[in-house]
Design a protein around this ligand. Sequence first.
Ligand code: FUB
Length: 304
Amino acid sequence: MTMNEHSAEAAKRAATNPIAPGWYADPEARTFEGRYWIYPTYSAEYDKQTFFDAFYSDDLITWTKAENILDIERIEWAKRALWAPSTIERNGRYYLYFCANDIQSDHEYGGIGVAVSSRPEGPYYDAIGKPLIDRFHFGAQPIDPHVFIDDDGTAYLYYGGWGHCNVVKLNEDMVSLDQLEDGSAYKEITPQQYVEGPCMMKRDGLYYFMWAEGGWGGPDYSVAYACSHSPLGPFERVGKILQQDPDVATGAGHHGVFQATGSDDWYIAYHRRPLTETDRNHRVLCVDRMRFSEDGTILPVTMT
Ligand code: FUB
């Protein structure tokens, strides 16, 4: 059996949730060099979110932690917190987009930054010394970046909280912005009921745009999606695919998606809150199968 076949075969078995100990949230899901990676927020109280760990696995079952892949010490403009990373590879380099500094005052930088490394596990270093998306010029709360490279090589960065989602185009260097076709810096693509945590995937030429909706930290926090023939929408909400299960967990939302190597098997990595927890930050990382029906719609995910 080749490594790819082994990986796809192993991935069909169920992972045990949560996939790792500790409080983590907002997982980005990627496959780099045939290995699965999860990049999450360290989900402690805000002032303790000063670094990122990552988790990797060769079979989606056994996960290993890569510690402190990016530390706030290495980002001069970031003073308070780092969260919601999204990582991607281009031309042998790894780009990690992150939020830093929630809005505290008009004198404080805040926004989405980008760090770079030659390895998926880092160390990552701030690439441009300031936010790539600040809070003054890009039309939505600059949080929850999600990076996506289309088959034609065009790179997009989706972002936004407070019920607004926007998209910008990245240049090939991945650390500067291009304009959209009409010359604008960004486009608003907010689907109905969007709250935060955008995520884009493509299957059979169709763009699936997913997001978290419902109340942050509340039991109705969930994942919904829309489909489009363009990465820029329009995105018409289809419906929910992941939500709380009173027998398993609440608050299942912000997520990423894996395609198992060499197969059409898809997995959703997401955070949820154990039934015994009431602290909003007590969120854990989980992975479950994401299945499609014949007509391409996403079937409801069963939390395990
Ligand atoms: O982890 C901090 C925030 O929680 C993220 O920005 C949101 O998406 C929510 O998951």
